[in-house]
Write a protein that binds this ligand. Structure first.
Ligand SMILES: Nc1ncnc2c1ncn2[C@@H]1O[C@H](COP(=O)(O)OP(=O)(O)O)[C@@H](O)[C@H]1O
Ligand SMILES: [Mg+2]
Length: 331
C-alpha cells in the first residue's frame, strides 16, 4: 500500500496533475474509488473547467458533493461561477473598506479586473482553500486538476501571495504611523460623508484594511501549510510514455520542488504492451521504451507506477476499482 496516498495527520490531500488527455481524471477517480472501498471517506473534486469526471464515474455531477458509493463523494466545480463569486466578494470588501473614497469608480475597476490575468488562478486557489478549510469532514480529498500550467501557478500562489501580503502589511503599518504623527501635530480630523462623520483609523486594531490583510494572510498561510506538508499532501503526476508529457512532467517536478509541494508518484499511463511483435508499432515501441528508461533515470527517489493501455476506455466503477488497486498497491 502506498502510504503517501493515505491519511496520516488528519485528512490527506491528493493533487492529480498532468497534460490534457493523459488520464488525470481516470487516475483520480480510480484512486478515489479504491480508497473509498478501503473505508476512507473520500471526496473527489474536479477543478478542470473541461470537466470529465462525471463521464468517467458515469454519474451526473454538480457543485455539491454527490454520493457515489459508501464513503465516496464527487463534485465538479463551476469555475466560471466561482470567478464571479470571487470578484463579488472582493468588490464587497473593497466597497466596505473604502466607502470614503467615492472618487474612485470601483465599478469600472471591477470590470477590468474580471479580465485580468491571474484571476482564474486566484479563484481556483480560493475554491481549494474553502474545501481544505472543511477538510476534517473527510479522510482523503482528491483534486482532479486543470492542465499542468494553471495548476502549477495555483500551487505556487500561496507562497507568492505571502510575500506580497507581508509587503502590504508593512506599507499599511507605515501609513498608520504617519496618520498618528499627523494627528499629533494637527489634532484629530473628522470627515463627513453622506451626513455621517468619520475619522480615519490610526491604530492597527481599528483599521479595517489591516484587519483584511491579516485575515487574508491567515487564510493563505493555512493553505501553504497544508500543501507543503508531506504528511498531508501528495502530488501525483500522470503522463503517457511519450517525449512531450515527459518534458512537461520534468518541468512540473522542478517547479513543485521550488515551491516545496511534495511530488510523490508518477503514473505512466497508457503503456502499450504487446504479446508479440507488431512491425507497424516497432518505432513506437522503441520510443516508449526510451521514455520509460528516462523516467527511471530522471525521477530517482520518486515512486513510479505503469498502467497499460487498455483496449477500451476505462470508465465506470468496475474499471476504476481495478485501476485503483493497481495504483494504491496491495495491503
Ligand atoms: N490506461 C488507459 N487505457 C486506455 N484508455 C485510457 C486509459 N487511461 C485513460 N484512457 C482514456 O483516455 C482519455 C483521456 O483520459 P482522461 O482521464 O479523461 O484524461 P485527462 O483527465 O487527463 O484529460 C479518456 O477517453 C480515457 O477513457
Ligand atoms: Mg480530465
Amino acid at each position: 500500500m502506498r502510504e503517501y496516498l493515505l491519511p496520516k495527520e488528519g485528512f490527506r490531500v491528493l493533487f492529480v496533475i498532468g497534460k490534457g488527455g493523459v488520464g488525470k481524471t481516470t487516475t483520480s477517480a480510480a484512486i478515489a474509488v479504491a480508497l473509498a472501498e478501503r473505508g476512507y471517506k473520500t471526496l473527489i473534486v474536479s477543478l478542470d473547467p473541461a470537466h470529465n469526471l462525471g463521464d468517467v464515474l458515469m454519474e451526473k455531477l454538480g457543485d455539491k458533493p454527490k454520493k457515489i458509493l459508501d464513503n465516496l463523494y464527487a463534485s465538479e466545480l463551476d469555475m466560471e461561477k466561482l470567478i464571479k463569486a470571487y470578484l463579488k466578494h472582493l468588490e464587497k470588501n473593497l466597497k466596505n473598506m473604502y466607502r470614503y473614497l467615492t472618487v474612485i469608480n470601483l465599478e469600472k475597476y471591477f470590470e477590468i479586473l474580471s479580465y485580468s490575468p491571474g484571476i482564474e488562478e486566484y479563484a481556483t486557489l480560493e475554491a481549494i482553500r474553502e474545501i481544505l478549510s472543511e477538510g476534517d469532514k473527510w479522510d482523503v480529498i482528491v483534486f482532479d486538476t486543470p492542465p499542468t500550467g494553471l495548476t502549477l501557478r495555483v500551487l505556487a500562489l500561496p507562497r507568492i501571495s505571502l510575500i506580497w501580503v507581508d509587503k502590504l502589511i508593512e506599507i499599511r503599518r507605515k501609513i498608520l504611523e504617519r496618520r498618528r504623527a499627523i494627528a499629533k501635530i494637527k489634532g484629530e480630523e473628522e470627515y463627513v460623508i453622506d451626513g455621517e462623520s468619520f475619522k480615519l483609523p490610526k491604530e492597527e486594531e481599528e483599521d479595517p484594511v489591516m484587519r483584511e490583510l491579516r485575515q487574508y494572510r491567515k487564510e493563505v498561510e493555512f493553505v501553504e501549510r497544508v500543501i507543503t506538508n508531506p504528511e498531508k499532501t501528495s502530488v501525483i503526476a500522470v503522463m503517457n510514455p511519450e517525449m512531450l508529457p515527459l518534458y512537461e512532467t520534468e518541468r512540473a517536478y522542478e517547479s513543485l520542488k521550488k515551491f516545496k509541494v511534495p511530488l510523490r508518484l508518477i503514473v505512466v499511463n497508457k503503456v502499450i504492451q504487446l504479446r508479440e511483435e507488431v512491425p507497424e508499432l516497432k518505432v513506437k515501441m522503441e520510443a516508449q521504451k526510451k521514455v520509460l528508461e528516462e523516467v527511471e533515470r530522471k525521477f530517482r527517489g520518486i515512486d513510479v507506477v505503469k498502467l497499460p493501455m487498455f483496449p477500451e476506455e476505462p470508465r465506470g466503477l468496475e474499471w476504476l476499482r481495478k485501476l485503483g488497486g493497481m495504483i494504491i498497491g496491495g495491503s
